[in-house]
Design a binder for this molecule. Sequence first.
Ligand code: NAD
Length: 360
Amino acid sequence: MNCKIGLIYGDGIGPEIVREAKKVLDVLAAKYGHTFAYTKLLLGGASIDACGVPLTEETIEQAKACDAVLMGSIGGDARTSPWYRLEPSRRPEAGLLGIRKALNLFANLRPAYLYDELRGACPLREDISAAGFDLLIMRELTGGLYFGERRTEEVNGVLTAVDTLSYNENEIRRIAKRAFDIAMKRNKKVCSVDKANVLDSSRLWRKVVEEVAKDYPEVALSHMYVDNCAMQLVMNPAQFDVILTENMFGDILSDEASMVTGSIGMLSSASLNDTRFGLYEPSHGSAPDIAGQDKANPIATILSAAMMLRYSFDLDREADAVEAAVRSVLKEGYRTGDIMSEGCTYTGTEKMGSLIADRV
Ligand code: NAD
């Protein structure tokens, strides 16, 4: 297969971790007979330094010409970096919001998986973590409360703020379809999370999700209120496969789900539009405190590359090989500093990438 991959090296630890993910992809391409052609794209701080703005039209056009984009994190230390003396619309993070919008990336996927070997880092009670979990949060990313009309005004002498939560049926249908498609590649369960006992937007959400479910008879659909879901994620995360939810609920629940794994350096993510295109990136930030020191854990980025293989290229066998290589390296006891525990072998960024590449 021939694939055009955009690489955004990004800021802080970004270049180090993307380099390792590319190393794994190159070994995989040679082994399975694929051709991956890379285009380097500028975004965030690196783009400000080179072009004066965090996102250029050129980057957008280059990204559109790729089949998928793999990204390290962007941004710097807000207290010391000159990027944060710029007005907010010219700072690194504005580039990320801009590219998500330009590419219409409305579906955000964040898997939370508990590795046997990292169970010690899981903050949940042992009898809960013993059951393990392997879930994926599918969050709507371009609608809802964060994009609705908002204002602050004085009403009868009292300062009043208004935010609007609005969804139309088309926005709900397209994200629901994505969730069911992805459930078909996993354990065929979708739990749709809403607040349908209170919100009109949630009642419409539930109705449309039920309509979409009719096209996926193999997938078991359930519904859960968001407050209950927040509790269930810490009481019994093993019950979930795909959790489908709107923007703000997903923002909160996906952070909760990632924290119960206990290992920020392990968490991948993807943002998809309604083509096969996706932007794949680790869930963590650019960790300026450890940048350039060969200390960063590259696994989240390597697992993001595995998501790219699975969801943009339909290369499930190759994605399985990358995930199995990660498991194997952990089983052999290799650890970067963030996931280090007694009796394990300390490994820097570069070595961790090489160990995984050797095992794909
Ligand atoms: P962060 O995730 O960068 O770091 C939090 C802590 O986790 C730090 O101690 C860091 O050293 C550690 N850490 C993070 N990733 C790690 C890895 N792969 N291996 C080992 N340790 C790791 O969060 P922050 O410090 O709040 O943010 C730093 C910068 O990143 C900010 O500019 C922020 O805006 C940006 N950021 C970018 C993204 C993105 O690109 N999507 C997401 C979050 C934060």
